[in-house]
Ligand binder design. Structure first.
Ligand code: G3P
Ligand code: MG
Length: 248
């Protein structure tokens, strides 16, 4: 699997509310072929798109998602906080996102983002749903996570789906972990990323996807270091840099 040069983060989080169907459409409108989004479980075990384990920041609800059934979570407004144009935009179920990705012809990096203590359950439910609903005709999604246990479950249950190892700072044993989990890529936080680390990851045979890159100058520097993929809230702002890097 070849990662794209550029992928929208949480949809396209600078221009539409994160982890919503509107965000997936916005990413498509911004000209990317890939999106990253976060998947976790409702209180009744249904995978849906949400970053935080609490609902407050994006919906105003004071509860944790692990306490709220999917039917109730789906009725919350996850768009109004971002802007009045998005009022009423719901928290989408992963199943709904999969259908929209197919309709939009978008490829996906599904980040397993479990609530505390639920890494295995979250990965299991997401893998089951994806295996059931991901159209056979489409390239498989890239499954990433910071949680080793989630990647282990992804590997066990859907070994064919490519995996990305998400890290903040690159840990000392990154190579051993990436190898054990059969990852195709390593996804480091870009601010601390050094050229020699990018080189080492690539030399070991993995692609590098850096998050969350929004400044064009930093994007150009990362591409010059050899980073394969930029994960960005604002893909349209980085497109010119990416296109220039491809033509030189
Ligand atoms: O997958 C890249 C990035 O989304 C990881 O961090 O916290 O934005 O999910 P976060
Ligand atoms: Mg994420």
């Amino acid at each position: 699997m070849q990662l794209p040069r550029l992928m929208g983060h949480r949809g396209a989080a600078a221009v539409a509310p994160e982890n919503t169907l509107a965000g997936l459409r916005a990413a498509k409108d911004q000209g990317v072929d890939w999106v990253e989004f976060d998947a976790q479980l409702s209180g009744d075990g249904v995978p849906l798109l949400l970053h935080d384990d609490r609902l407050h920041r994006t919906t105003g609800d004071r509860r944790k998602i692990a306490e709220v059934p999917a039917a109730e979570a789906s009725r919350l407004d996850a768009g109004a906080w971002f802007g009045p144009a998005f009022a009423g935009e719901p928290i989408p179920l992963l199943e709904e996102a999969v259908a929209l990705l197919a309709a939009l012809d978008l490829q996906a990096n599904v980040e397993i983002k479990p609530s505390p203590g639920l890494a295995r359950e979250t990965a299991q439910a997401c893998m089951e749903l994806l295996q059931q609903h991901w159209p056979k005709s489409r390239p498989l999604p890239l499954i990433s996570s910071f949680e080793i246990a989630a990647l282990e479950e992804a590997q066990r249950l859907w070994p064919e789906a490519p995996r990305g190892y998400l890290v903040k700072a690159l840990p000392q044993d990154w190579q051993e972990t990436a190898e054990r989990l059969g990852c195709v890529s390593v996804h480091p936080w870009h601010p601390g990323l050094k050229p020699e680390q990018v080189q080492a990851i690539k030399q070991a045979g993995y692609q590098v996807a850096a998050y969350t890159v929004n400044a064009p100058a930093r994007a150009a520097a990362l591409l010059a270091m050899g980073v394969d993929c930029l994960i960005s809230d604002d893909p349209a702002a980085l497109l010119p840099v990416v296109q220039e890097a491809v033509t030189v």
